[in-house]
Design a protein. Structure first.
Length: 150
């Protein structure tokens, strides 16, 4: 009986050590992956195309053109092409996804001069600054219409 208990105890210890090692490896890899991604973009002077950093824009761009810290509307935007516009909702297509953008009375549409919702048309390339809600919809604070690319 004691030999059997010794074997069971050894198996339990081995399983606990294995589970701990697995958890430790997952935690290490997760932190390593985040560091590699940050290093990758830092070496290239910014963030991947179509996104802005989520913790403010100060550290994400080379040369420090933007203020650091959490600037409202400057951390969770998107840039892409207007695929449709219906009422208060604009669909924005980026390289990665299609984002639903919510237009409010506080949304500012910019085109070298202040524009209007009527200035937004499917096929245009725009930059949207705003805040995302829990459904990942973007409430626009500012929309900038970009010049057509040749």
């Amino acid at each position: 009986m004691s030999k059997w208990m010794l074997v069971v105890g050894a198996v339990v210890v081995v399983l606990l050590v294995g589970a701990g090692a697995f958890y430790g490896g997952m935690t290490y890899q997760r932190s390593r992956q985040a560091n590699l991604q940050e290093q990758f973009f830092a070496e290239r002077g910014g963030m991947p195309g179509g996104v802005l950093p989520s913790d403010g824009v100060g550290g994400g761009f080379a040369g420090g053109q933007f203020p650091s810290g959490n600037v409202p509307g400057m951390g969770r935007g998107a840039a892409g092409t207007v695929s449709s516009l219906e009422g208060e909702t604009l669909l924005l297509t980026t390289n990665q996804e299609t984002t639903t953008v919510l237009l409010t009375d506080a949304t500012v549409v910019q085109r070298l001069v202040t524009g209007h919702r009527a200035d937004l048309q499917p096929g245009q390339t725009v930059t949207v600054m705003g805040e995302r809600d829990d459904q990942e919809r973007l409430t626009a604070i500012t929309i900038q219409i970009l010049a057509d690319q040749p």
